[in-house]
Design a protein around this ligand. Sequence first.
Ligand SMILES: NC(=O)c1ccc[n+]([C@@H]2O[C@H](COP(=O)([O-])OP(=O)(O)OC[C@H]3O[C@@H](n4cnc5c(N)ncnc54)[C@H](O)[C@@H]3O)[C@@H](O)[C@H]2O)c1
Length: 206
Amino acid sequence: MPKPEIPRKTVYRFSIYQRCLNRLKDNHIETVSSEALAKAAGVKSTQLRKDLTHLGQFGTRGLGYNVGGLSAAIGEVLGRSRLQPVILVGVGNLGAALLRYGGFQKEGFEIVAAFDSKPDPRRVKGLKTQLLDASGLTSFIREHQIKMAILTVPGTHAQEVVNAMVEAGIQAVLNFSPVVLEVPRNVVVNNVDLAVELENLSYFIR
Ligand SMILES: NC(=O)c1ccc[n+]([C@@H]2O[C@H](COP(=O)([O-])OP(=O)(O)OC[C@H]3O[C@@H](n4cnc5c(N)ncnc54)[C@H](O)[C@@H]3O)[C@@H](O)[C@H]2O)c1
């Protein structure tokens, strides 16, 4: 039977635990209690123990975890699991702001590349995300088997960009452009519209 998939948030925390374990290894520390490791990772020890149940025997209570053994087990899982890769298209005001937001990784998503028809390197200064010319969009999607995209291009270009992305294999789009996108039935589009949200809120103001 295939193993149940490890939740993305757990995979994210595994990388944090791994960093802490590496520090312990550097300091020649061989065992660590769940409380100490949890504290170093900034999580509750109940959370840590729950996460480690995904590793089998390391989830059980004991005198402490063997640093080398735990690190190897986490390393093996991290080698198999990865964050869900996402691309962002349209690196203008909104796109660049979203790229600067570091919270996606915590939720298990990684923006692996950003595309613009007129890429301006100043927009991504200091960021790890690669900024690429939109001419390479479809080949990138195919090559890296990307399934999710964030769309922040002007409304006038949104449909043509989506058509090309879907053709290349994109299955889910988080759309910020103010247009109703037409997509095949197997593709999901979630629209984000702050004006609609504000309008909704204003309804409750008396
Ligand atoms: N949903 C919301 O609440 C909300 C809020 C703000 C903006 N928006 C929408 O988000 C979009 C972006 O807004 P902005 O203020 O960042 O605009 P912007 O003009 O600053 O940025 C748009 C970027 O898209 C690029 N672009 C244009 N055509 C492209 C193409 N075919 N392929 C790749 N890149 C392309 C442009 O070069 C530019 O860098 C607009 O559609 C805007 O209406 C939505």
